[in-house]
Design a protein around this ligand. Structure first.
Ligand SMILES: NC(=O)c1ccc[n+]([C@@H]2O[C@H](COP(=O)([O-])OP(=O)(O)OC[C@H]3O[C@@H](n4cnc5c(N)ncnc54)[C@H](O)[C@@H]3O)[C@@H](O)[C@H]2O)c1
Length: 321
């Protein structure tokens, strides 16, 4: 018998990829999203007849509860969040509301309506930075920027519900994702869109920070694998094993766009910028998942997508708030 899967933040970058993948299954897919500046239904155009969409803010507990009562989800995958570190440094209020209070509302509604499995999408940023070595799921959370603190708080609320009430939840912590449809405020789409509009590529500090990169399709497949095979109460990192300093990533993009290092503009570093994130993802490998798209291939596809979709990017840059 088909089940009902409710996905929050399904009009966002990772959530929409997950919805596009899951909508091929026979389950009923319900998407809820507030459609903030970073949410966009255009990402779901190709699957709009296969899903049911509700514009809904997860901090609105009354409407959220009413929706759960109406659709009675069997499963919940929680991707909705405020996600941009720089914005959290300027004003962390929406992050606290959505990432902490919104997550608690979802836990409460899921418990009340007896959701069978709840998957909380977190981030590797909750671990803090690591000069060398890899974060394991058993490591303590030591978040160092306002965004990461709110995500870690969401994780702790989920873990508390698992321990206190036997809530059937699991947590996933992906590394940095990239790919098509990413809002042009994160490193890779910012660099591509700046260059395509004739500007220089802004790089924080000297670009020495190291990030681990995962193609968004691989991330969504990883989330599905954990959802199907992960254990209740489990935490799973999703990594790619491919890491490099940001300047190398920027130079690789410039090369694909026929430019060189003269197109880089070094700008004042982000305050408290974490130096390096890197995760051990052996637990997920053990479930039978591995990344399929190399960074070289993923970056080529991503640059090609942004070249083909410059109208969308321009529109996003125009309405940036
Ligand atoms: N992008 C990455 O590299 C990355 C890496 C690790 C983890 N994550 C996590 O993955 C998840 C998805 O990230 P993303 O990159 O797709 O982000 P995104 O900003 O592209 O999408 C977030 C979505 O959540 C929606 N949303 C925000 N506040 C809401 C609210 N109050 N109620 C309902 N919907 C709301 C937005 O409208 C948007 O559609 C987040 O939880 C994020 O912390 C992202």
């Amino acid at each position: 018998m088909s089940k009902t899967i409710l996905i929050t933040g399904g009009a966002g970058f990772i959530g929409s990829e997950l919805v596009r993948q899951i909508s091929c299954l026979k389950d009923r897919v319900i998407v809820i999203d507030k459609l903030t500046y970073s949410g966009d239904l255009a990402r779901l155009k190709s699957v709009k007849n296969k899903i049911t969409f509700y514009k809904l803010d997860i901090t609105d507990n009354k409407r959220l509860r009413a929706l759960f009562d109406k659709v009675r989800p069997d499963y919940v995958i929680h991707c909705a969040a405020e996600t941009h570190v720089d914005r959290s440094i300027t004003d962390n209020t929406p992050f606290i509301k959505t990432n902490i209070m919104g997550t608690q509302n979802l836990i409460d509604a899921s418990r009340e309506f007896k959701v069978k499995k709840f998957l909380h999408v977190s981030t590797d940023e909750v671990y803090g930075e690591h000069a060398c070595g890899y974060f394991k799921e058993t490591d303590q959370v030591q978040p160092r920027n306002p965004y990461a603190v709110t995500k870690a708080a969401g994780d702790l609320l989920v873990q508390a519900a698992v321990k206190t009430y036997g809530f059937p939840a699991m947590i996933v912590r992906p590394c940095n994702c990239y790919g098509s449809w990413q809002y042009p405020e994160k490193l890779i789409p910012v660099v591509i869109s700046k260059i395509l509009s004739g500007q220089k590529a802004p790089v924080y500090g000297q670009g020495k920070q190291i990030r681990e990169w995962l193609y968004v399709e691989d991330c969504a497949r990883g989330i599905q694998k954990i959802f199907q095979k992960g254990i209740i109460g489990g935490i799973y990192n999703i990594g790619s094993g491919f890491e490099q300093p940001n300047i190398k990533t920027v130079l690789a993009i410039l090369k694909l766009l026929g430019k060189n290092k003269d197109s880089v503009a070094f700008v004042k570093d982000r305050p408290g910028h974490d130096f390096r994130y890197s995760v051990d993802f052996n637990c997920l490998k053990f479930l039978g998942w591995k990344p399929l798209i190399s960074f070289e291939d993923g970056l080529r596809r991503t640059v090609a997508w942004y070249i083909q979709n410059q109208k969308w990017v321009k529109q996003k840059n125009k309405i940036r708030r």
